[in-house]
Design a protein around this ligand. Structure first.
Ligand SMILES: Nc1ncnc2c1ncn2[C@@H]1O[C@H](COP(=O)(O)OP(=O)(O)O)[C@@H](O)[C@H]1O
Ligand SMILES: [Mg+2]
Length: 333
């Protein structure tokens, strides 16, 4: 049995993708909005349950409520296409269609073969069937516009090419894995939408790394979590605190546990500048990076007079954080 994994890279599919993007002809102009794919999956399940032959079982595993940036009508269309293909492939002998939705972290190794994917959080939408499977000589063509193995009137051959265009223009990828005689798996990856405090997902490969211990302080839990995630993925050990008083308390007890402190400026109780003064009083050589969202009030100079070795602007940009952290650590060494 042949098992193959393919994804489309052909020019015709790319042309469809462009048409989808521009809203050309039959392709609806899309409106990108934060959408909850789990709700779309439920809608499709309701539509399909009544219309599916009784020899086909439908199983669903909905394990994500994340948001993605997309067009609800188009994502609905993609899912309907995948499901009708799956059902068609099982029509003669029956079988099981499984629709699953999960959040996954894609790492550098995984995204390598897919030029449009970046490491980071994705929503994984999978449609599995136990149907006919796809012969390997056909697998290369299924995403081509007008490619169909169905009789006239049963298929237009447009389902997968349109699905591919839609998923690509949403920053995602669609992957097929099929074993003739056993079934097929169509997997859609869509980048999970993070909130404002999150940074653009970009390759970490080129960024400077380290293994030092960093104390990261921000009263906004989300920002501290993002900072921690970025720094950890760069190899650092990270301890976070969401209160400057708690951070000071920790530092007072273990001042030599940390190689660097990254702190927010605007925080209740003890502001960033006050915290930095206290930290330096405890340990005069501790390097500190100050983060601030109010770019006009604080300049590199004022940050320096406060005692910070560097100033970072919020929202945090992964690249700036990586480079500044490494520079400050190297200068302090
Ligand atoms: N789940 C599946 N199992 C087997 N073959 C499939 C599956 N999904 C797609 N195919 C193959 O890919 C072809 C193209 O699919 P699609 O673009 O949706 O067009 P259509 O369904 O109109 O034929 C199908 O004709 C079929 O040969
Ligand atoms: Mg189809």
């Amino acid at each position: 049995m042949v098992s193959a994994r393919r994804y489309p890279r052909n020019r015709r599919a790319a042309a469809v993708c462009r048409k989808v993007k521009s809203g050309f002809g039959p392709y609806r102009k899309k409106e990108l909005k934060p959408i909850q794919v789990n709700l779309i999956v439920r809608e499709v399940l309701t539509l399909l349950t009544s219309a599916t032959p009784s020899n086909i079982k439908i199983v669903h595993k909905i394990g994500s409520k994340s948001l993605v940036l997309g067009d609800a009508v188009q994502i609905h269309q993609v899912l309907m296409n995948l499901c009708t293909n799956a059902i068609y492939a099982m029509e003669d002998n029956g079988g099981t269609m499984t629709i699953s939705l999960t959040d996954v972290m894609l790492d550098e190794g995984f995204v390598m073969p897919y030029p449009d994917l970046h490491s980071g959080g994705y929503m994984k939408l999978e449609v599995l069937d136990t149907g006919s499977g796809i012969p390997s000589d056909i697998l290369d063509h299924i995403f081509d516009p007008f490619f169909t193995t169905k009789k006239p009137g049963e298929g237009t051959g447009m389902g997968l090419s349109v699905a591919h265009g839609i998923i690509k223009s949403s920053g995602g990828e669609i992957v097929v894995d099929s074993t003739p005689g056993s079934g097929s798996a169509f997997t859609v990856y869509l980048p999970i939408l993070k909130n404002e405090s999150a940074i653009e997902i970009e390759s970490l490969a080129a960024l400077p790394r380290g293994n030092e211990h960093i104390l990261f302080i921000d009263d906004e839990i989300q920002i501290a979590a993002v900072g921690e995630e970025i720094l950890k993925r760069l190899g650092y050990r990270v301890t976070t605190r969401n209160s400057s008083l708690q951070a000071l308390d920790l530092f007072r007890r273990r001042p030599h546990d940390f190689d660097l402190v990254v702190t927010d400026m605007t925080m209740p109780d003890l502001t960033g500048d006050q915290l930095i003064r206290e930290l330096i009083r405890i340990r005069s050589d501790i390097p500190v990076i100050l983060c601030t969202g109010f770019s006009r009030k604080i300049t590199e100079e004022t940050a320096a007079t406060i005692g910070a070795r560097a100033l970072l602007m919020k929202p945090l940009v992964k690249k700036d954080l990586a480079i500044t952290v490494r520079r400050v650590l190297d200068n302090a060494a």
